[in-house]
Write a protein of this length. Structure first.
Lengths: 337, 337
């Protein structure tokens, strides 16, 4: 690998389901950092369903285009630094893209503390943990005694959001696909109930499991499941729009999936819906305070962390394709070997 | 009329468009107030599109049923009082139903101050004014410099909401049906622009009129117009769900109109949507403070009040049917003659 830099490029943008053919492996020479830049070697790549949305059009970042390197964040190690703030060996988080080595301006790196295991930095102590934390508490304003429903509940964000809700004294129902995931929710993670959306209609299952309506819905999926929970919301309920995994891997020319009950149901039941991006909450010391809470809960054993680690740089496309199909349980990472 | 009491009953619940055949006139004997009750003679009935929604199923009130008297609020005058709190001649507001006389428990009456004209008590100083006020300022949090869009903008609530937004220093676009209404918005009421939804596609018209995206959308209609404005929202925009007039008079067996972009667009643009019922904001002196503001603006000429008064008790059904078709400009009342 010395002297060369593997990169995974977008061969063409997907029109429907994401597949191997949309990616292509390339090799370039190792990047050389300019003054003020840092050379980073990626150790773990973080995968997230939202990466598929980046291929659909502009979101909270510019749309990806064919020919470009696939974008993505990684936990890396500084190999060479031409910036006073970083030294070889430092652990950093950055949007490196899918490549072995990235030369990046120092201001685009976040220095990471130590953690054991180090992969938690991309999981509960990273975007997933913070998204769950701020989505549930700052956006959803979940309080003791609330009935909380979380979708994609066996995923990275959902599994953490549901457990934080339990820690805060809520009754928690998780929605996931398949018995294995549902068993983990009610077994390992301590959710009060689980709804297997593949086993039957979601509306009556949520109605039964929530025992009197839903105060807070933490939505990671959109579409039919969003609608089924919407019609189960209680007076004054709060819906948190965190992700739309049901839509990312679909063919947009077949139309965007529409949701019924909007806005009528919001009036009758005095509901609110709010979409958010986790970095909106990073200011004023809130990020550090959240990380301190998360660390405390993990160390006390109240918050269990699910890891799903795939080995091999070349498996990045397959790992993302599988994530979109719901293959993962917990945070999916790719170890850069 | 002496000794008898005209009532308008629901002959049958509408399955599609509301029509005369869904109502029937009846006469009963004049009600006699019990101890603690007050006999009220209705002078003006307030009409609102939401009354049609009461016929669809439970909303913020129980569903209406066939055979029942049509529900509705009125400005009335106390004729006889068996409660210490009321005396003959008092002006009151109550859910009297559609009848000449109602005998109601005193706690279900609201004593009204004087106003000139008295009809403003059912309009800018009543539910319409307060709904516009709290919807725009407390729910939508409209601030100076915001770009505000209001739908059903020539209606009672919309016309007031748009003018309050202008008073608060916003740029205001109203959506209404037909050139006559649009001319009133930009002429009489001082809106910055108007979009005639009958004249062409709404999305590009709102895009052009809002000049760079919408901060606050005050929605009275739902459906396709809601969607067209949703896709024009700016980062951090706020949508206020106040009414769904597009859905009230439709056939529910043909399916509830679904909206695209929910929840995906809420994430990309960090939007929020909140439904409300005006009475949620009546506590803690807020109602009185709002009425003082509204009165100040009306008296200074900053807030113009549109009235649409239909004469004759027997015209109540036709007046409501016409309201649902958008015939009214401003608040539609029926004078009880």
């Amino acid at each position: 690998m010395a002297g060369t830099n593997r990169q995974i490029l977008i061969a063409e943008l997907p029109k429907g389901k994401l597949a191997q053919e949309h990616f292509r492996l390339a090799e370039s020479s190792m990047p050389v950092p300019d003054d003020g830049q840092v050379l980073v070697r990626a150790r773990y790549f973080a995968l997230d369903a939202a990466m598929r949305a980046w291929m659909l059009g502009p979101t909270y970042r510019a749309a990806l285009t064919a020919g470009q390197m696939m974008a993505g964040t990684a936990l890396g190690e500084v190999v060479e630094s031409r910036s006073a703030g970083f030294a070889p060996g430092d652990l950093v988080f950055a949007d490196t893209g899918w490549q072995d080595y990235a030369a990046l301006p120092a201001e685009r790196l976040t220095k990471l503390p130590s953690a054991e295991p180090v992969t938690y930095l991309l999981n509960v102590y990273g975007t997933a943990g913070l998204t769950a934390y701020f989505g549930l508490l700052a956006v959803g304003k979940a309080r003791t005694g609330n009935r909380v429903v979380v979708s994609a509940a066996a995923g990275a964000v959902g599994s953490i959001a549901g457990q934080i809700a339990k820690i805060k004294g809520c009754r928690v129902v998780g929605i996931a696909g398949g018995k294995a995931k549902c068993d983990i929710l009610t077994g390992t993670l301590g959710f009060d109930a689980a709804v297997d959306y593949k086993a039957g209609p979601v509306f009556p299952a949520v109605q039964a499991a929530s025992q009197g309506g839903v105060d807070v819905y933490f939505d990671n999926v959109g579409g039919a499941i969003f609608e089924a929970v919407l019609f189960n919301m209680k007076q004054g309920g709060r819906l948190v729009a965190c992700g739309v995994v049901s839509a990312y891997d679909a063919d947009p020319s077949k139309g965007i999936q529409a949701v019924r009950g909007v806005p009528a149901w919001f009036i009758s039941r005095r509901l609110s819906l709010r979409g958010f991006i986790v970095s909106d909450f990073y200011t004023g010391g809130r990020r550090e305070a959240a990380l301190a809470d998360l660390r405390g809960w993990v160390e006390s054993g109240q918050l269990k962390v699910l890891e799903d680690i795939v080995d091999g740089f070349e498996n990045l496309p397959a790992a993302l394709i599988g994530l979109l199909a719901g293959d993962n349980i917990g945070k999916r990472l790719v170890r850069a070997t």
